[in-house]
Design a protein around this ligand. Structure first.
Ligand SMILES: [Zn+2]
Length: 387
């Protein structure tokens, strides 16, 4: 009996050590930067950056790793102190609830071992989350609400147009106020239940990508096996998202889903983190025809910063992707969608955003165009389309 208790105690101690080291180790391995901070740019680029009043990013997965986002981190890419240092006005935090081991761009199966399960356990999350995608999702939603709450007056959880207007108003006198929005990568998070869709909406979710790395109840993933469009359930979920006011994010969707959503949605769509095929011909990237259709729908396209979206994760490739969308359909459709903390290597963390301004200036973008890309487009998109 004594031996058994000792064994249990030993397991518990190992678990405690694990939750304080394992997620940290995994995160530092999974989310590197090519250049470390601090980042310097020309005085002209810095001056323009300092004049921007609304900087926004459409995608980051910082909630996944269990890091305290109220503290400045020494790993990963995003937290509130670093957003503040970068004068960021709005960040979209996205929830990843399931991710296949050996994840790749070409073909993943729904049945492959899920990497998020051991991470959830190692983070010390409640056993209710260990094997439930919806519970994991709601728990990451609560985590964001708590981080925002801990920031006091300096952060706003943006769920409505009125919240966004409050943010814009607050930032007129205090540029340190940050807006946080919430999204989901992969509709499997709602476990094929429209009731769960209502639950995540109530928890603040305002954007959902139908699929992530594998095919699910909504339909086919860009990196799945079946290449299918929206299933009947997927169609009813899209309809329900339109009704509730949850934006549909076409990043990671099969081309057939992109077409199906554009066919039936009554609201403009988002592509929260993507590249363009004209710069990198990858199956997760948008073709020119898709970009044109998304622009015609009044949608918005966030350009990501990592390798599989833009080629080598380097500034010139990010700038080339932004430029391609501008040249093809117009400046108002393009935005930043970094994919910070998304298990990706990026050229710089969020405090390096002035480098984007410098890159755009060097590529001949006007100040108005730079303002648009850096955040005005996102602000206008949500002012127009958030309820
Ligand atoms: Zn993603």
């Amino acid at each position: 009996m004594k031996k058994f208790l000792f064994f249990l105690l030993l397991l518990f101690v190992i678990y405690l050590i694990g939750i304080n080291t394992v997620p940290q180790y995994i995160e530092s391995q999974r989310n590197p930067v090519k250049l470390s901070a601090p980042y310097t740019v020309s005085p002209e680029a810095q001056a323009l950056y300092d004049r921007l009043d609304f900087i926004a990013d459409l995608h980051c997965d910082a909630l996944l790793w269990g890091r305290n986002l109220n503290k400045r981190g020494d790993r990963g890419h995003v937290d509130f102190p670093r957003m503040r240092e970068a004068h960021v006005a709005l960040e979209m935090f996205t929830i990843v609830s399931k991710s296949p081991a050996g994840q790749n761009m070409q073909s993943n199966s729904e049945d492959t071992f899920d990497n998020i399960t051991p991470l959830t356990i190692a983070k010390g999350e409640s056993p209710w989350n260990w094997f439930s995608l919806i519970n994991r999702t709601l728990s990451q939603s609560e985590a964001l609400a708590e981080f925002v709450n801990n920031e006091g007056e300096k952060a706003i959880f943006i769920k409505t147009k009125a919240d966004l207007e409050n943010l814009i108003e607050a930032r007129k006198s205090d540029k340190q106020v940050i807006g946080a929005m919430l999204g989901i990568e992969g509709g499997h998070a709602i476990e094929a239940s429209l009731e769960n869709l209502e639950k995540v909406h109530a928890a603040g979710v305002r954007m959902i990508g139908p699929t992530h790395f594998f095919d699910n109840e909504f339909g086919g993933s860009a990196h799945g096996e079946n290449g299918l469009g929206l299933s009947d359930f997927g169609k009813s979920a899209v309809q329900k998202m339109n009704e509730l006011g949850i934006f549909i994010d076409l990043a990671h969707s099969s081309p057939a889903i992109v077409d199906d959503v554009l066919e039936i949605t009554t609201k403009p769509v988002m592509v929260s983190h993507t590249g363009v095929r004209a710069v990198l011909d990858s199956q997760r990237n948008l073709s020119d025809t898709q970009i044109q259709k998304i622009a015609a729908n009044g949608g918005i396209i966030g350009i990501a910063f990592f390798g599989m979206a833009v080629g080598e994760p380097e500034l010139p490739n990010i700038i080339a992707s932004i430029k391609h969308v501008r040249d093809l359909v117009g400046i108002e459709y393009v935005a930043l969608g970094s994919d910070y903390d998304g298990s990706v290597a990026v050229p710089f963390d969020i405090t390096g955003l002035p480098l984007i301004v410098e890159g755009l200036m060097n590529a001949g973008f006007t100040e108005d165009e730079i303002r648009a890309v850096m955040g005005e487009n996102v602000k206008n998109f949500f002012l127009k389309n958030l309820e």
